[in-house]
Design a protein around this ligand. Structure first.
Ligand code: SF4
Ligand code: SF4
Length: 158
């Protein structure tokens, strides 16, 4: 079993089923992230319909073997517009998060999937379920932005 990079120990029992997002502790908020890495894919948004399409073109800092940011602590130096999801901004951001993102699911009043590490007890299930970006992204410095639409993906769902 792979070590979970997110500490999910000592949290309130099944907090995601009974505590509203705005009442989560900081550690519970962090533990909601399933580690899929999909929020680090570049997206294209239709300005007329606000429809969002995900691409395989990943942020330059995404390591798609771990599905994590390679420079999380100093990422703003390289990617100033990297958005940090908070209980305050989730309402504006949820629509362009991946459909399986735990923050989006909770915001929309939906249940987490069984492969979520909070339920399965291991981060491996996210990759096994095929909902992470592990091993299938292309780095953004290799693909000019005008070609990103050639890399649009069907979002993997749970
Ligand atoms: S999409 Fe959501 S659950 Fe997946 S890594 Fe990003 S914040 Fe975490
Ligand atoms: S800077 Fe890091 S956290 Fe932000 S989008 Fe890029 S890889 Fe993801």
């Amino acid at each position: 079993m792979t070590d979970d990079p997110i500490d999910r120990h000592g949290l309130r029992d099944r907090f995601w089923e009974r505590v509203p997002l705005k009442n989560l502790t900081a550690r519970e908020w962090e533990a909601l992230c399933d580690g899929c890495g999909k929020c680090c894919l570049n997206k294209l948004e239709d300005p007329d319909t606000s429809e969002v399409a995900f691409t395989r073109v990943a942020c330059r800092l995404l390591d798609d073997s771990t599905c994590r940011c390679a420079q999380y602590e100093i990422r703003k130096q390289f990617v100033p517009d990297c958005v940090v999801l908070t209980p305050k901004n989730i309402g504006e951001i949820a629509y362009w998060m991946p459909q399986t993102c735990a923050y989006r699911l909770m915001y929309e009043g939906k249940a987490l999937y069984d492969w979520h590490p909070l339920i399965s007890g291991t981060p491996d299930t996210v990759h096994a379920a095929g909902v992470s970006v592990q091993g299938w992204t292309v780095p953004e410095f290799e693909i000019p932005e005008e070609d990103w639409e050639d890399y649009i993906i069907e979002e993997p769902t749970g």
